[in-house]
Design a protein around this ligand. Structure first.
Ligand code: 6PG
Length: 242
């Protein structure tokens, strides 16, 4: 990881955090397009980033034809299911109509989980031809109250995956499969940005950033980019235990 330790930005409230996250993505897109002609981003699921996607989706000034929108993880449900991250992105980023659907590379989670993981990895390898790992320009991640990120949950099998880019992960506490990028795939990103909001995330944020701790118990601790930048964009409510 470049530098010493993550960049931590503490924002006054949720609205300020949404604005800062959107601005971070827009700036990263401009730089990536200037340097490499395109911007590749892996989107986080869950509820926290929705307002960011709504804000971005309504922005006609984004270089829409130069951005490839991918996912960090997906629930093992069809794309019209209420729990689907693809559905959340469709209803937020895609709804205003500036983003063309073919620029969104969803995880085909309507398939059996292992097949979905293999199909998604195939689509990512087509986006990053010849690469050892997918070098996303920006990896947007959330943080669960148990310090999971993407669908890398505490003590779950996919934490040990070191070869595949994408894994089918069995999450015991949910009694459910998830499809997720693996640690090496996440760590290959040029810039990893955690977006964390709310008092319920304060203990997980402390665990994620603490000097010592167990990655298996707090998987977000395992996200230390190999060469890229690591940023935590958080609101004041989540930062009370830092
Ligand atoms: C998912 C996410 C997951 C999420 C955290 C936080 O598919 O749910 O990728 O890692 O970011 O669980 O979720 P909230 O933003 O809803 O708190």
């Amino acid at each position: 990881m470049s530098g010493d330790g993550p960049e931590i930005q503490i924002h006054a409230d949720g609205a300020a955090l949404v604005a800062a996250t959107a601005e971070t993505i827009i700036a990263a897109a401009a730089r990536a397009i200037e340097l490499r002609g395109r911007f590749t981003i892996a989107l986080s699921g869950g509820s926290t980033p929705r307002a960011v996607y709504e804000r971005l989706g309504a922005d006609p000034a984004l270089p829409w034809d130069r951005i490839e929108w991918c996912f960090g993880d997906e629930r093992a449900v069809p794309p019209d299911h209420p729990d689907s991250n693809a559905r959340m992105v469709r209803e937020s980023l895609l709804r205003p109509g500036f983003c063309r659907p073919e620029r969104v590379h969803r995880i085909p989670a309507e398939l059996p989980p292992e097949q979905a993981a293999r199909e998604y990895e195939r689509s990512l390898r087509a986006l990053f031809p010849g690469a050892a790992w997918p070098e996303f320009d920006l990896m947007l991640l959330g943080l669960g109250p148990d310090a999971h990120t993407a669908s890398l949950f505490p003590h779950s099998p996919a934490l040990a995956e070191r070869a595949a880019w994408v894994a089918d992960n069995w999450v015991q506490k949910l009694s459910a499969h998830r499809i997720t990028l693996t640690f090496p795939a996440i760590k290959a990103a040029r810039h990893v940005v955690f977006m964390v909001a709310g008092a319920d995330k304060a203990p997980a944020l402390r665990a994620a950033l603490a000097e010592d701790g167990d990655v298996s118990a707090a998987p977000a601790r395992g996200v230390r980019p190999e060469h890229g930048k690591l940023s935590y964009l958080v609101d004041r409510a989540a930062a009370t235990q830092l």
